[in-house]
Structure formats: C-alpha cells, structure tokens
Design a protein around this ligand. Structure first.
Ligand SMILES: Nc1ncnc2c1ncn2[C@@H]1O[C@H](COP(=O)(O)OP(=O)(O)OP(=O)(O)O)[C@@H](O)[C@H]1O
Length: 315
C-alpha cells in the first residue's frame, strides 16, 4: 500500500455558511494501481486530493483525519519534510492544468525552476531530462522547450503538464480531470499516455473525474463520491457490471451512448432538506425509513458500499 486515507473530513467555513466538502473518507491506494475517483461536480473530489498535497486554503480546513504516505502521516510533517515529498514522491496535475503554466516562462524554464527548487540546478541535466520526458509524451523537445505556453495547443499543454509531473520520478501522481478541456481524440491520446506511464514506470495514479466512461478505460479500481461521502468502492469491472449503491447505478445508467460525461442524472433534484441520514436520501428511489440514519460503509466481498439496502448482507 502506498497511500492510506483515514477518517478525513474537510470543511469550508466562511463565517456565513459551513460546507462539509469531505466527510469521514477512508480508502487505500495500492502500489502500481490506477484508482479512479468519480462523482458529480461538487462531490468533493478536488478537495480530497488537495488535502493529500496539503493545498487546502482558508476558508477550507482539514477538520479531522490522517493521510499516510508510505507509513508517514503527511498532515503532521513540518514544511521542510513535506517539501521533500512534493514533486519527488507525490506530484500533481491540477484541474484546468493547461492554464497553470506560467505564461512568461518558456517550457524549459518551467522544468528548470521546479528541478532547481529541489536541488537539481545542472542546466544540461535538466535539459536532457526535460527532452526525454517531452519525447515520452509525444512532443518534439527541440521545438517545445523554447516555446511559451500561449504557443501550445490545449492538448500539448496537458502533455507538458504530465511530463512535468514526472520530472523528479515520483511514485504517486494525482491527476484532477486531466482530459476535461480536451476534444475526444486528445482525450483518448492522453488516456493512453497515462496508462503507458503507469505500466512503464510503475507509477501509482489517482485519477479524479466526473466522466465515468473515461476513467473506466484505465482505472483498476473506482471510488464513487457523493456530497463528500464515499458511496461505493470496488474493482472497475465489478462496479460497472453490478453497481451496489443506487447512486452508482444512476451514474452508470446516465451515460449517454456516445460520450461518457455525466451531464444530468435522471432523478429529482435534491430538495436540500436532508441534513442527516444517507446523503443520497433526497434523490434515491429505493429509500426506506432506515435511510434517515447515515449508513456506514459496509464490506461486501471485495467491495465496499454505503447503503442500508445491504445491512442484512453485511459481513
Ligand atoms: N474555496 C472554497 N470555498 C468554499 N467552498 C468551497 C471551496 N472549494 C470548494 N468548495 C465547496 O466544497 C464542495 C466540494 O467542492 P470540490 O471542488 O471539492 O468538488 P469537486 O467534486 O471537485 O467538483 P468539481 O468537479 O466541480 O471541481 C462544493 O460544495 C464546493 O462548493
């Protein structure tokens, strides 16, 4: 196991409103796997992976929990200890990452500054490593290293971000919606690239998306989130073939035939009156009295599910 998230909760409290963005989340990430985290917009996916890289800013706050990376709790390391881990052990491809490249730096300088901040300031070595990585992601280093971000297409920028994430040979890469701003062809190319990187370098990947078809092509396991709660977890093919949680069932059955994006789920909107109980209570067609209590995560064979429908089967 490379990462272990235990009882993680995150709240945003601006003094007027409290949003419980991540609620008592528990999961493990096995070495070498691709874990897909799926859920609609607002389900807490970005907040969850920002917690891992300690990027939660006020009014956000990690209210409880531990995140163990190779046995060390990331949340209790001091700044210097954590700096040693970021990029070198764990790297991050952010959401809308095409817009996160510094517009006044050439691509080479961007590589150089990250390497330099981790004690690697030999220009020749950095250039060689950057060239090797750009080639790996299908870009011509001779052209691209001297270019500025505005001279690159969205697909090229996304490839640069993936190359950058590999710069210091991390063991774990967190990717937040890495294909969301790309056309279908580029999405498929990036997915193939991520799968190749995972296989070739044995890098563990956490891939966050609202696009279930997209992630199902590459993820070994899926974690389904709703309103900050994990609703279901299991091997990709098992979850897709036999979703246990009514929310997962709806997610899968809302896939339009041509494209996997979850645009709308064909159930009534949440009326917003259910502050306790199952988070999906307001929209679930299978709910019954017991659902007014929050269901615990139950283990069913190799799967886990949060739903009272399985109470009697719980082991
Ligand atoms: N900086 C912030 N201040 C206040 N609330 C926030 C902040 N960031 C996120 N939230 C709230 O936390 C909840 C979870 O948001 P988050 O961005 O983590 O979800 P998400 O599943 O990643 O959605 P998306 O795919 O749209 O990014 C939402 O209700 C969101 O409005």
């Amino acid at each position: 196991m490379i990462l272990e998230v235990r009882n993680l909760s995150v709240v945003y409290d601006d003094g007027k409103k409290i949003i419980k963005a991540v609620n008592d989340v528990n999961f493990n990430v096995e070495r070498g796997e691709i874990l897909g985290i799926i859920g609609e917009s607002g389900s807490g996916k970005t907040t969850l992976i920002h917690s891992i890289i300690r990027a939660i800013k006020p009014p956000g706050k990690i209210s409880s929990g531990k995140i163990f990376y190779e046995g060390r709790n990331l949340l209790s390391l001091n700044e210097n200890e954590f700096k040693e881990i970021l990029w070198k052990e764990i790297s991050f491809v952010p959401q809308a990452s095409q817009n996160t490249l510094n517009p006044v730096l050439t691509i080479y300088k961007t590589f150089y500054y990250i390497a330099e901040s981790h004690g690697k300031s030999d220009e020749k070595e950095v250039k060689e490593r950057a060239s090797e990585l750009l080639k790996l992601v299908g870009l011509d280093p001779k052209r691209v290293l001297n270019m500025y971000p505005f001279q690159l297409s969205g697909g090229m920028k996304q490839r640069v971000m993936i190359a950058l994430s590999l710069l210091l040979n991390p063991k774990l890469i967190l990717m937040d919606e890495p294909t969301s701003a790309l056309d279908m062809l580029n999405q498929q190319l990036i997915l193939k690239l991520i799968k190749d990187i995972n296989r070739e370098f044995q890098v563990t990947i956490i891939y966050v998306t609202h696009d279930i078809l997209n992630v199902a092509q590459i993820a070994n396991r899926l974690l389904v989130m709703y309103k900050g709660y994990v609703m279901e977890e299991g091997k990709t093919e098992e979850v897709l073939k036999n979703p246990l949680n009514p929310y997962t069932y709806l997610l899968i059955n809302s896939i339009p035939s041509l494209k996997g994006e979850i645009k709308a789920i064909n159930v009534p909107e949440d009326e917003g009156i259910y502050n306790k109980g199952c988070p999906f209570l307001g929209r679930c067609s299978k709910s019954f009295n017991k659902c007014e209590e929050l269901p615990e995560m139950r283990r069913i064979g190799s799967r886990s599910v949060r739903c009272h429908l399985y109470d009697s089967n719980a082991t």
